[in-house]
Write a protein that binds this ligand. Sequence first.
Ligand code: PEP
Ligand code: MG
Length: 856
Amino acid sequence: MANLKLLAPLEGWCAPLDEVPDPVFAGRMVGEGLAIDPTGNTLHAPCTGEVLSIAAGKHAIALRSEEGIDVLMHVGIDTVGLAGEGFEPLTTVGAHVCAGDPLLRFDLNVLAERAKSLITPIIVTNGDQFEIEQSISNRLIKVGDDLLTVRSKPKQDGIQRKPSEDQRPSKGQRIERLSIAHEHGLHARPAALIANRAKHLAAEIWIEAHGRSANASSAVAIMALGVRCGDEITLIASGPDAAEALQAVKETILAMPVLAERAKSPEVSSVSEASRGSDLSRSSSRVREPHDGKLRGVIASRGFAVGRAVKLHQVEIAVNELGSSIAHESAALDRARSAVRTRLEDLSATASGIASDVIAAHLEFLDDSELVVPAKRAIAQGKSAAFAWRKAVRDVAEKLRALNDARMTERISDLLDLETQVLQVLSGASAAQCELPERAVVIAEDLKPSQLVSLDAERLSAICLAAGGPTSHVALLAASMGVPALVALGDHVLTVKEDAWLIVDAEQGTLDLAPDEQTIAAAEELLQQREQRKNSERAAAQQDCFTADGTRIEVFANLASLAEAKLAATNGAEGCGLLRTEFLFLERASPPDEPEQLRQYQDIAMALKGRPLIIRTLDVGGDKPIPYLPLPAEENPALGLRGVRTSLWRPDLLRVQLKAILRVEPAGQCRILLPMVTDPGEIQAVRRMLDEVRRELRYEGYIELGAMIETPASALIANRLLRDVDFLSIGTNDLTQYTLAMDRGHSELAHRIDGLHPAVLSLISIAATAAHQQNKVVAVCGGLASEPAAVPVLIGLGIQELSIVPTLIPRIKANIRTLTIESCQRLAQRALEQETAEQVRALVNEFAEEQSRVTS
Ligand code: PEP
Ligand code: MG
């Protein structure tokens, strides 16, 4: 008879399951057990046994003891939505572990900030075969303390047990296939609901997926199938009432909420938003302390500013659920939308670039029937205009979120931004906070794009945000407005006193919180010098660029639209080194046809007035999905079908794109660049198609074909890739992410994702050396080339062409003119010898300071 003591796997407060804020766990649907509110960050094995499963989101682990007792440990509630963020498994499925072995490490800060609750149920999932006795509850416990005692139940004759997982039935079966549409697949909660239903049926039910099968009465077995959203499962029922049993399980699955379970209603999500504020205080990662009176943040828009603090507060708008009369609420909603429309149209009259894109998106959403119709329907059911609008917006936002598409993040924030704009009008809350004094340094937790565009740009000196990321719309907007911006400064920035003098150095990433008079005077002088320097840089921008000792360095622009091409030409771009063609393909229902693509490429070519135009073939797939290109579900999209792989997977799209590029006039202005290349076979396949298309179009001349170096693989075999291409272009954004194994959009890691890491520089050096040996051009078109401090290192590594943000061209050209190749080579050599990106940064900053001393 099995008799096992389960030991506490976590340090923390031990509580009964009733205290778990999830009816599935609290209602014992998964099984009997206890819960621990953790104070420690490592989950240990509660007994010796085998690891049965680790959830895809890495937040739950199931173990089977040698006695056959299945224990599920589910860290936090609603943590499946974190998609693995903050979790680090320390074991693998199938591993034999001893009691006390560490199984999973988690980041308490991430969980505190993002999860509904940290409380961790520890549950015996096959408890119907055992008696469970709780050893402790409601007290602090340490790892290894006695937690539960589990004993086999005495055998009772006549009791039919469900077969174990390897005894799959085969006779008299009923079979049905089902597609799983639940956001996180069959994770703990859906698995528990299915098991709970199946357990009470006389028939035996099995679920098959991914070539594996699981007894439907075991939640752990179901979880171990690893069924994800979009997967197909097969339900197999046999025995008495198989058909009814199968139907019952199917209904259980279909009845489960399909969308994000965390935000079941607007009220729930607003509560969790509100409580998130208090949870943040537990998150040390948000509480960055100043050092030498300066806070360090992430640069979202480069620049330098001196100004006075103006604090903007996000006001949570209270909303009553019930409306007065249908006619009144409906008219109120129309009036509010109309007021917002007028304001957006006013803003749009003076906006340009990304600001006008954001405003156009908001105007589009404002009249979208997907929002207006459900809102009116809710009003007709007695809801207030504000409640109805908020619910309509959030429902659509949830649908977009469920697509799990990183590109939707900004669309969702646009929607939520629009929600606030309408609610503000409905509630009478004015946007008075937008009136700024002169030289305002705006301090906020985060900013919405609409808030930013409505600020008076003339008076806005800089933006400093406690939260936010460097690639958000607000960051792009700030850059396009030329306003220096720091994000992710941490909550300390919110304690700055209104009107305090601040120095924002969005070149170095620091915010000086209490500069003395002397420091302010010095900063003011620096600002003046910068202004003068800018004017002279602009004057010289149209001339070709040579280093001080006469080496030609070409400075091209990265483009993604016609507007940018025009801007680039006026800023002195010598061509376009990277046209990101995704802008033509995203956010539409079908791909652009050949004439449409040709029109766009031709317009851009003309805006560049005959200068070279390097067109990158479509770089989508994986983490940049598009609706008409349904890619197979991928566990790790950044490592899946992306870039040229996607183009070769959909050669029809590539063929159309190549044709459009070949038809741009004059022939010879365009070159073709392939993204995410990893081996020569990919280039050869594209070249074969290119040759076919050339023959088809009777294209007489030669068109250059290049490869992007964005992966360690392509850098390491650059010498072999070069046999098949005419030039290389190094994409340091992806090269950095894949070399450092850090997601380029990861806000927590933002401080460490640095292309100046010596490993990234070594790969650049390998590619550059290979290109020189074969007498071919090697460019850098990733973000590193737009960093003035990094440019000397790149030149020292042998880079002859840079492709950068259009507005930075005058400045970078001016910098290059002060450099000598020899000093750049010495700097690059020293950079390669450093151990960390910080050390390289210190080195390049020192070089830049020395350089400006010498040249000023
Ligand atoms: C890069 O990866 O550096 C690059 C230029 O491509 P993108 O940023 O468009 O992925
Ligand atoms: Mg890239």
